[in-house]
Design a protein around this ligand. Structure first.
Ligand code: AR6
Length: 174
């Protein structure tokens, strides 16, 4: 990967709802009407306006993305994407890559310069972090190379273990 692109990716440990970026990405479900995990945390922190806007969207298929306002969040936007439920089939990787790609496509269209991602599908949806991390980093790297206006993409990991996986991979990506 181009070192200049690699420098535009960062890793953090903590709560994505607190990130001071233009957009945070939500690991949602196809209803877009909220849930547990990072989805629940984002809706709690954004307040009821987010759910009201999500109700107007009519859901979102797996692998696609939708954009809303950020309401009470520091982030001006939330990009909601629906990761695959891990099944061990090759389609998982394609759908997970599509989440990152479609989220960044929407970010570019909406003049977003800084964005933060959680580990999409790596909680309730059961995707192993060690398999998901290279897909996330490689796809984001490819999209950042295509979209120079997106200055920074952050990966925000909840656990120490996930943080370690991302740090190791970013030190030595394929
Ligand atoms: N900040 C950053 N990461 C977080 C946070 C947070 N505040 N909270 C959890 N994580 P998950 P999924 C991590 O389950 O697997 C919801 O109910 C978490 O440790 O939130 O895509 C939706 O409505 C994990 O590594 O999302 C769907 O039904 C990662 O975020 C379903 O869960 C993703 O875990 C989506 O499942």
């Amino acid at each position: 990967m181009d070192p200049a692109v690699l420098k535009r990716m960062e890793v953090f440990q903590g709560d994505i709802t607190r990130m001071a970026v233009d957009a945070i990405v939500n690991a949602a479900n196809p209803s877009l009407l909220g849930g547990g995990g990072v989805d629940g945390a984002i809706h709690r922190a954004a307040g009821p306006g987010l759910l009201a806007e999500c109700r107007t969207l009519g859901g979102c298929p797996t692998g696609e993305a939708r954009i809303t306002g950020g309401y009470a969040l520091t982030a001006r936007h939330v990009i909601h994407t629906v990761g695959p439920v891990y099944s061990g089939k090759p389609s998982d990787a394609l759908q997970l890559a599509a989440c990152y790609e479609n989220s960044l496509q929407l970010a570019a269209e909406n003049h977003i310069r800084t964005i933060a991602f959680p580990a999409i599908s790596c909680g309730v949806y059961g995707y192993p972090i060690s398999e998901a991390c290279p897909i996330a980093v490689d796809t984001v790297g490819r999209m950042l190379a295509e979209h120079p206006a997106i200055k920074k993409a952050a990966f925000v990991l909840f656990s120490n273990q996930a943080l370690g996986v991302y740090r190791r991979y970013l030190e030595n990506p394929d």
